[in-house]
Design a binder for this molecule. Structure first.
Ligand code: X2X
Length: 338
């Protein structure tokens, strides 16, 4: 009896909580396509904010026919979980780092090759140009659709709770969290570090409990995920550039009429371009803000890191993995890498 009553109360509470949403949906024109978009990004991150704006516009411009519900901040699980959900069709949209996507589409990590990019003036022409086209074609072969424009994650910086990373030698034996991706693990092994593959959903607690000493992420993530609370040092390594593909389940995408797909793509790509500007602007202010929150910043000499990777055979190995053609595309935009 007691158990039944408790169950009943839980059910009633759930209905009460859900009711406003149900009412809202029935009052509006019933959506023809109700879809889920999940991501790993904190709710204050520009990706979530700009995606939210795009979702509103899509609803309006499709006269309520397309309703996208966003589940940010790993609400539906880790990146690994969400990638499975996207493939099975449990969610229709998902923004994912190309490097993590490479667990399914090996070519997709190519933008993350260490120290490849001297600036955004090289990154965006490449990802909006032939290199991006090459990767998107590989993504399509896996049954997923990537919107044309990639969203920015950013240039990645190393943080630590134990010591600043001033040069490659400081990485020897350093326990560092890396996202689940062969390129990341390979790169930090080339530095003789001890990389641990951990999904972003577990990073804060892994740092807090000192399972790892450090991690690496762009400033906007370090700030919005409050990693400064559990890290002391930030070394401005700019060691790789990483972005998010706006992915759709291929079957779900192709089930949407073309006129609606056009509206969705237009708004997502537009929002992506604004999001790139947001990240760019944040990079100018976040160093001061994060220093104010207690992170000690230091610069590094990138050449020392790059030389270490070369000596370890890192570039040769990955050129072999991507193939000469893809590597030539990377170098066409980024310049010679070795
Ligand atoms: O997992 C990370 O570190 C993050 C948030 O940068 C990515 O999505 C790759």
């Amino acid at each position: 009896m007691t158990i039944n009553r408790r169950k009943l109360m839980t059910t009633t509470a759930a209905v009460a909580v859900a009711a406003p949403f149900v009412l809202r949906v029935t009052r509006a024109n019933a959506a023809e396509f109700t879809m889920k978009f999940a991501n790993n990004s904190p709710v204050t991150h520009p990706l979530v904010i700009r995606a939210g704006e795009a979702i509103e516009k899509i609803k309006k411009e499709t006269d309520g026919k397309v309703e996208i519900q966003m589940f940010p901040n790993n609400q539906l699980g880790s990146d690994t979980d969400m990638l499975s959900q996207l493939r099975s069709g449990a969610i229709e949209f998902f923004t994912l780092s190309g490097l993590i996507l490479s667990t399914l589409v090996p070519a997709a990590s190519i933008n993350g090759v260490g120290f490849a990019w001297s600036g955004y003036d090289k990154v965006w022409p490449a990802m909006d140009g032939e290199l991006g086209t090459h990767v998107r074609a590989q993504i399509a072969k896996a049954g997923l659709v990537a919107q044309e424009q990639m969203w920015d994650n950013g240039y990645r910086q190393m943080t630590s709770s134990t010591k600043p990373i001033t040069g490659p030698d400081d990485l020897k034996g350093f326990k560092i969290r890396v996202p689940p991706s062969p390129l990341w693990t390979s790169m930090f092994k080339a530095f003789d570090a001890s990389p641990a593959s951990i999904n972003f959903s577990e990073v804060y607690s892994a740092l807090q409990t000192k399972v790892v000493e450090g991690q690496e992420n762009p400033l906007a993530i370090i700030n919005t995920a409050k990693l400064y609370e559990v890290q002391k040092f930030l070394s401005k390594t700019n060691h790789m550039w990483d972005g998010f593909w706006f992915l759709a389940n291929g079957k779900a995408w192709n089930g949407i009429p073309e006129n609606l797909r056009t509206i969705i793509s237009k708004n997502l790509n537009e929002a992506g371009r604004k999001q790139r500007e947001d990240i760019f602007a944040l990079n100018a202010t976040l160093e001061k803000e994060l220093a104010g929150k207690g992170l000690a910043f230091n610069d590094v000499n990138q050449t020392a890191f790059r030389d270490k990777l070369s000596a370890a055979g890192f570039y040769k190995e990955w050129k072999g993995k991507y193939g000469d053609e893809a590597w030539a595309l990377l170098e066409k935009y980024a310049g010679k890498i070795s």
